[in-house]
Structures are given as structure tokens and as C-alpha cells.
Design a protein around this ligand. Structure first.
Ligand code: HEM
Length: 538
């Protein structure tokens, strides 16, 4: 027998009352009125005019006219699957989240995506991949909304509209940039050197994964775990694929994109249907929660930086297995709404300024995308924990709230006048000291280092991987129309590595600029090479 088919609610297909199978001979309107014909409009005679009084015609066409909803403003193209996460219990000494307990099984829904392309774009483009996981825990939904690249282009969310405007299809011609670069993206990254690290990862083989099943995933930001006694540990989340990390070559990506633009979504669905369930281990790098929030000089609040795995090994804390394809793309893959602020007791955020903006942005965009504030009621978004919120009314409200006093405390509804305390498993924010109280629009000095981390990444690559990086920069920059944009990017590369800069300059037929100063003295981190990938528990 094949894998069990699940619906958006996570229940087996035949057990779910919300499913409309759309099979059988009994056809109705949305009101349940039985129809005898859905192929002909009501007319005044066979050759006469169509009558406006045909409710079935108007209902059918009106509904069709409104079938499309706005695509995501980023990460529009995606594919998803249901699965299960099993905790190892190895994090329980530093994190009280129940779903991380030994052998606790939690249903999950995972959506993989590209960032820049529209819903109908090709899978195999050079781009970052989204890796978003919804854990339906007994304590509420926890979303780990990550990417397949461990760093981000910018350090402050206020720049997110800018980097996305620069990276999305060219505003005048709507020509996508993820496939062949155009000037705005390269203009942006040459003027914002903090983007150099993420760009280098994009130009490496990581930018063109072989399969979603063969990608690492990263939470990117540093999070704060909290234990039963209130003790805290800073962590970075990693997903490690059992199949290893593999990429397409550029030529393979080009051919595959032409022959089968759905290559990655087909690969994921086919593997699951065949019973070859993809697996990832969830792991954490842990750091002491010191007041500086640094580890060996690395600012843990800077999302353009990573901590080498050789300095802080990834410790496995659970296993995720994807076991079922969605039964309805729209209901599940399209309507799922992730949010980095969906947390459970034991997991808290840090003051990374990029994360702060994300906490605002996702719910805001989803109110537009999913038509109002009630999208948590959509089956795929429903928590698998009891709900008793005070949220009422609004567009697309499907719940029937019965109390007469939707506020707390109240003396009318027989409701408990006080909210349950932490002892009952409530989420209590970690009492973190806020270090500064002066309002500033400024970044800390540590955010100014834009070269040491990309340099470490480049030096960690195998010679073949480096060749691919040089070829990728050369190809992409050769598509820029503006000479000044090419030259400015070469200056960025000169400050990362002279070999890299010289290789790209030679490919472009331009002189290689000198570094602007001494190069940072960094050691390679072998784990950053795809060839250095290991399954943590091996
Ligand atoms: C969507 C990851 C930064 C705004 C997504 C998705 C992922 C993701 C994986 C797709 C979710 C899905 O499959 O439905 C990340 C990561 C970031 C980052 C790892 C940096 C570490 C930001 C920032 C902003 C932002 C800084 C805005 C300030 C959005 C928006 C969506 C989105 C608006 C669309 C959400 C929706 O329509 O449901 N992001 N993102 N992201 N992201 Fe981010």
C-alpha cells in the first residue's frame, strides 16, 4: 500500500468532514441545490439570448473570476509536503519545548520555495531556496522559517523592500533576474557590501540545488532556548539532509529548466509517492548567552555572519521525515502562512534587527494575501492545540464564537477572571536585559565587517567549487549593461579574495583591482564545502 493521503487538516482523507471529493453524480450549487445540467446556460430559446436569471451560470462564473489570490510578494513559487518530526530528547536539558522531548512525534508541514520568481517560474534557477517548517505541537504552532543559505543579504529589515526591489524582475521589462543577472541586483550588492556573503553563497553551487531533498536548511538568526529553570542558551538551527548536499551544474540547471521547469516539485512529489521519504536531522549550534551575544568574536545578532561548525558543532536534536504529498495545492501549499514569531514555550527570539522586521512583515502581508485576519482558521494553518482566543469577526470568519463577554477578566461569562500562569504551560517572554536605552538609527560597529565571513566561505571551498563560483560571477556580471556596476563588483571581490577577483575579471576582460587594504586573516571551515557535509549522527 502507498503512503496514507492526508488533507490540509492533517487527517486521513476519508476521515475529514471538510473534504469535498467532487466525485459522484450528485452535482449542486454552493447552496446545495441539486443541478441537472452544468454545460448549458439558460437561454430564451436554443438560439436566443442568455438569461441573467440563470443563478447557476452567475455563481459558477463569479466564483471562477475570483479563484486567484495574490501570490506571495517573495517566495511565490513553492512545493510542500506533510511529515512528522521526532524529538531525540537531546535538547531537553537546555530547552523545555515539549516537542523536542525524547520520541515525541509532531506533525509538520514543510514548504520549499525559490525567492524571486513568480508562481509560474522555473525551479532550477540560481536563487536562495526557502525552507519553512510548521510544527503542529501540542503547545501551539512553532514555525521555523528558514532558507538553504545560512546568512542574509542585509542586516536590518528596513532594507528588505530595497533588496527585493533590486532582485525582482526588472521594473521596465519584467525580465527575471534570478536566471540571468541584470543591473539592479548587482548595483545593489556592490553598493551594500554586507550582501557580499549571501551573494557568494548564491554564486556557489548552493544557489542551484539538485533537489529539495538534498539541501541544508538554516534558521539564519540566533534564537534563545529556555530550560525548565529559566536558564537560557543561544542557538542557531540547522537542517541536515540524509541524502547529503548536492547541486546541479550550471549546464544541468539550464537544460533541466528548459526541459522540465517543475523539476524540483516533481522530484519531491515523486520521491514521496514512491515511498522514498526525505529526511533531515534538526541540529543546533549552542553558544553561552553572554551579555555581548557574541561567540569567539562573532556577533550573533548579525545575520550576515555564521559560526564555523568546527568551533560549535551541530548537535542533532530530532529527525524530520516527509511522508505525504498535499492533496490540494491551493488549500495547503498556497494558503499556508508561516511566521517567525510563531513560537512555543522554550524557544524565544533575539534582538537581531532583521528578525524584528520579519515579526511584523509576515502577518501584515498575509492579511492581504489571504483576505483578512482569519487565515489561522484555514485548515493547513490550524493549530493542533485547543484554541480559546478573544479574536472575533473579520473577513472570512468561519468560527461561531458563543460567549457574550469576549474580554478578560469578565464577570458575565463564567470565565476564569485570570489568565493561566506559566505553571500551566503559558508562553512567558524571557526577561532579557535591554542593553541600550538611547534611540538611534545606527548599526553596531561589529556589523561593519563585510569581508572576513565571505572570505572564509571562499577559502573553504574545494577547487572545483571555486571554479564554479568564478564561472557564476563571470556569467552573471557579463549580463550587466553598466560597466561601472561590473567594476564596482570586482572591487567587492578584491576585498574577499584576489584569486576570485582575478578569475572573474579575466572572464569579463577587465583589469582586476587591488584590495582596498590587508585581507582578513581567516582559517577555512571544511564543513562549508558541500563535499564536507556529514550526517550528524554518523
Ligand atoms: C516569505 C525566509 C527575511 C518578508 C518567506 C518564506 C521564507 C522566508 C522561507 C516563504 C514561506 C513560505 O513558504 O510560505 C526568510 C529568511 C529571511 C527572510 C530566512 C532572513 C533570515 C525576510 C525579511 C522580510 C521578509 C527581512 C521583511 C521585512 C517575507 C514576506 C514573505 C516571506 C513578506 C511572504 C510571506 C507570505 O506571503 O506568506 N521568507 N525571509 N523576509 N518573507 Fe522572508
Amino acid at each position: 500500500s502507498g503512503p496514507e493521503v492526508y488533507t490540509a487538516t492533517g487527517r486521513a482523507l476519508d476521515a475529514d468532514p471538510t473534504v469535498r471529493s467532487q466525485t459522484g453524480s450528485r452535482l449542486t450549487t454552493a447552496q446545495g441545490l441539486r443541478l441537472y445540467d452544468t454545460d448549458h446556460s439558460l437561454k430564451a430559446g436554443e438560439r436566443g439570448p442568455v438569461l441573467l436569471q440563470d443563478h447557476h451560470l452567475r455563481e459558477k462564473i463569479t466564483h471562477f473570476d475570483h479563484e486567484r489570490i495574490p501570490e506571495r510578494v517573495v517566495h511565490a513559487r513553492g512545493a510542500a509536503a506533510h511529515g512528522v518530526f521526532r524529538g531525540y530528547g537531546t535538547a531537553s536539558n537546555i530547552c523545555k519545548a515539549a516537542f523536542l522531548g525524547k520520541d515525541v512525534e509532531t506533525p509538520v508541514f514543510v514548504r520549499f520555495s525559490t525567492v524571486l520568481g513568480s508562481r509560474g517560474s522555473a525551479d532550477t534557477v540560481r536563487d536562495t531556496r526557502g525552507f519553512a517548517t510548521k510544527f503542529y505541537t501540542q503547545q501551539g504552532v512553532f514555525d521555523l522559517v528558514g532558507n538553504n543559505i545560512p546568512v542574509f543579504f542585509i542586516q536590518d529589515a528596513i532594507k528588505f523592500p530595497d533588496i527585493i526591489h533590486a532582485g525582482k524582475p526588472h521594473p521596465d521589462r519584467e525580465i527575471p533576474q534570478a536566471q540571468s543577472a541584470h543591473d539592479t541586483f548587482w548595483d545593489f550588492v556592490s553598493l551594500h557590501t554586507e550582501a557580499a556573503h549571501h551573494t557568494l553563497w548564491n554564486m556557489s553551487d548552493r544557489g542551484i540545488p539538485r533537489s529539495f531533498r538534498m539541501m541544508e536548511g538554516f534558521g539564519v538568526h540566533t534564537f534563545r532556548l529556555v530550560d525548565e529553570q529559566g536558564g537560557t542558551t543561544l542557538v542557531k538551527f540547522h537542517w541536515k539532509p540524509r541524502l547529503g548536499v548536492h547541486s546541479l551544474t550550471w549546464e544541468e540547471a539550464q537544460i533541466t529548466g528548459g526541459v522540465d521547469p517543475d523539476f524540483h516539485r516533481r522530484d519531491l512529489a515523486d520521491a514521496i509517492e514512491a515511498g522514498a521519504f526525505p529526511e533531515w536531522e534538526l541540529g543546533i549550534q549552542t553558544f553561552p548567552d553572554n551579555p555581548e551575544q557574541t561567540f569567539r568574536g562573532i556577533d550573533l545578532l548579525d545575520p550576515t555572519k555564521i559560526v564555523p561548525e568546527e568551533w560549535a558543532p551541530v548537535q542533532p536534536i530530532g529527525l524530520m521525515t516527509l511522508t505525504a504529498n498535499p492533496s490540494n495545492f491551493f488549500a495547503e501549499t498556497e494558503q499556508v502562512a508561516f511566521h517567525p514569531g510563531h513560537l512555543v514555550p522554550g524557544i524565544d527570539i533575539t534582538d537581531d534587527p532583521l528578525l524584528a522586521g520579519r515579526l511584523f512583515s509576515y502577518i501584515d502581508t498575509q492579511i492581504t494575501r489571504l483576505g483578512g485576519p482569519n487565515f489561522a482558521q484555514i485548515p493547513v494553518n490550524r493549530p493542533h492545540a485547543p484554541i480559546n482566543d478573544m479574536l472575533r469577526d473579520g473577513l472570512h470568519q468561519t468560527a461561531v464564537h458563543s460567549g457574550v463577554a469576549p474580554y478578560r477578566p469578565n464577570s458575565l461569562d463564567g470565565g476564569c477572571p485570570f489568565l493561566a500562569g506559566a505553571a500551566d504551560g503559558a508562553y512567558v517572554e524571557t526577561p532579557v536585559t535591554v542593553p541600550e536605552s538611547t534611540k538611534v538609527r545606527a548599526a553596531p560597529a561589529s556589523f561593519a565587517d563585510h569581508t572576513s565571513h565571505p572570505r572564509r566561505f571562499y577559502l573553504s571551498l574545494d577547487p572545483v567549487e571555486r571554479e564554479h563560483v568564478i564561472a557564476a560571477y563571470t556569467f552573471e556580471l557579463s549580463k550587466c549593461y553598466e560597466q561601472a556596476v561590473k567594476e564596482r563588483n570586482l572591487r567587492v571581490l578584491a576585498d574577499i579574495d584576489p584569486e576570485l577577483c582575478a578569475g572573474v575579471a579575466a572572464g569579463l576582460g577587465l583589469p582586476a583591482p587591488e584590495p582596498s587594504g590587508p585581507l582578513p586573516d581567516v582559517e577555512p571551515s571544511p564543513a562549508l564545502s558541500q563535499l564536507g557535509h556529514t550526517w550528524p549522527t554518523d
